[in-house]
Structures are given as structure tokens and as C-alpha cells.
Ligand binder design. Structure first.
Ligand SMILES: [Fe+2]
Length: 259
């Protein structure tokens, strides 16, 4: 297993529904190190529930955490990032400088759907790509219209989106349907990045290793290393990432009947 890159973990104390204080944030960082993670996007929500989370504030909080990690000699590098709730105003907010990109490299925006809603990402991706920034779909496995529609998923990826999947959803899918859908995604090349979406030390802990192992079992360690390490680290560090187009596996009439 390569050193892992967690592209989605709420580590910024007091900024959202993640760690309430610095001690818990540091405990989460130590957990990530034990999980084999060396690089992590330290994320806070940017949405209406957290109106104070301006890009500058989230960025400063991540810089502060980075300094604490150095001081405590915890071998984890964190990169400032936000989990932005998509809306039709997202391109306007981006142009106004209100949104923090992953690592502040202005290459990737980590986005989630509005609660209980599912937006057509294609016009948003097109508009934002014209402004030089592409979308990472956070916890993409949550969106059933996407998970169940490989054609739609292919269109989003062709429009420049990367799909991030939650490590725990891979390791412990809530039901067989999700498990087989994730396996189909993994084997078809629809998963590009792994995130723990960790929020604390008691619940929603920052776990990555079990998700990596499940991926490796499904697609082999070389591809699992690309997803959980190589591509994630490139995104965090602002290096170019080009992923191959997905190639959904055809399901035979035999396995449809008996599989
Ligand atoms: Fe999150």
C-alpha cells in the first residue's frame, strides 16, 4: 500500500460539524497517520449553514493546523480546502473569489449536492471549466441517480469532473445494492479519488485503509494506489491529473439472470 492521500476530511477546529476543538482535530490527524495517510485536504463546509466560512477564514484555519502539526511533529501534510454546496450561483461565487479551491491551487473545487436535491452538473461544470476550475464530486456514491446511471456518470466525467468516493462506503457498504454499484464503478474506472469524510474521533472517524483494501481487492493494488494515493496527492499538490475515460464492463445476459 502506498502512502494514502485523504482528499476529504473535516479537520478544521470549530469551523463546521467537524472537530469542535484543536485537541480533537489533532487526535483525528494522529488517526489518519495510523491509517497510512501522509497528505490530507483539511476541509470545512462552505454553505448557508456556515455563513462565516469565507475562503480566507478556511484557508487561515488550515495554515494554523499545519503549524500545529509541525509543532507536534505529526507527520501529516494538510492542504486547505472547502466542501462547497453546489447551487446555480456557484460560478458567480467562484468568480467573486468567495470559494476556496482544493489546496488553493484554483484547479479543483470539491462540491456536494444541496441537501435532498440533485442538480444537473453539466452546465455548472462547463461554466466553471471556462473559468479554469474543475469539479470533484464529493462522496459521489451518495447520489443514486448518478450511481445507477453509468451514461450520466460518463457525461460528468467527460465534462472534466472527478468522482470521489468515501472509504467507509467501500469498506462497509450499507447494502448489497450499493456494494455491487460501487464494484461496477471501481472496475469501470469511475472512481478517481478516495476520502474519509471524517468528522470526529467517536463517530465518522477518519478511516481510509479498509476502503483502500476493498478497492485493491476489486481492481488490484496498482489501480487502488492511483485512486487512494497518486491522483489524490496530485490534486492536493496542484499537479496535473489526467484520468482515463471510464470503460463500463458489459453485463452478460447470463450474469443478469444468475449473477
Ligand atoms: Fe464532508
Amino acid at each position: 500500500m502506498s502512502a494514502l492521500a485523504d482528499t476529504h476530511v473535516h479537520l478544521l477546529a470549530g469551523m463546521d460539524d467537524g472537530p469542535p476543538n484543536a485537541e480533537i482535530a489533532l487526535a483525528m490527524c494522529r488517526m489518519l497517520v495510523r491509517e497510512g495517510v501522509t497528505d490530507a485536504a483539511a476541509v470545512a463546509h462552505q454553505n448557508r449553514d456556515y455563513p462565516d466560512n469565507h475562503a480566507d477564514r478556511v484557508y487561515s484555519s488550515a495554515v494554523f493546523l499545519r503549524a500545529m502539526l509541525a509543532d507536534k511533529k505529526i507527520p501529516l501534510t494538510v492542504y486547505p480546502a472547502a466542501e462547497v454546496m453546489l447551487s446555480w450561483n456557484t460560478p458567480l461565487e467562484w468568480r467573486a473569489g468567495e470559494l476556496l479551491s482544493v489546496g488553493d491551487h484554483r484547479q479543483w473545487l470539491l462540491v456536494e449536492m444541496p441537501h435532498g436535491d440533485f442538480l444537473d452538473v453539466l452546465p455548472l461544470a462547463k461554466s466553471l471549466t471556462a473559468d479554469g476550475v474543475r469539479l470533484i464530486i464529493a462522496h459521489a456514491e451518495r447520489y443514486e441517480p448518478l450511481l445507477d446511471n453509468l451514461e450520466l456518470a460518463q457525461k460528468w466525467i467527460a465534462a472534466g469532473c472527478l468522482f470521489q468516493v468515501t472509504a467507509c462506503a467501500l469498506a462497509e457498504p450499507r447494502d448489497e445494492r450499493l456494494e455491487s454499484a460501487l464494484k461496477r464503478w471501481a472496475q469501470g474506472g469511475f472512481i478517481h479519488l478516495l476520502g474519509s469524510d471524517g468528522h470526529g474521533i467517536d463517530q465518522r472517524r477518519p478511516q481510509m485503509r479498509a476502503g483502500y483494501r476493498r478497492l485493491a481487492r476489486w481492481v488490484g493494488s496498482t489501480q487502488a494506489d492511483r485512486i487512494a494515493s497518486e491522483w489524490g496527492r496530485a490534486v492536493l499538490q496542484g499537479r496535473p491529473v489526467e484520468v482515463p475515460p471510464p470503460q463500463p464492463r458489459r453485463v452478460s445476459w447470463f450474469s443478469r439472470l444468475f449473477g
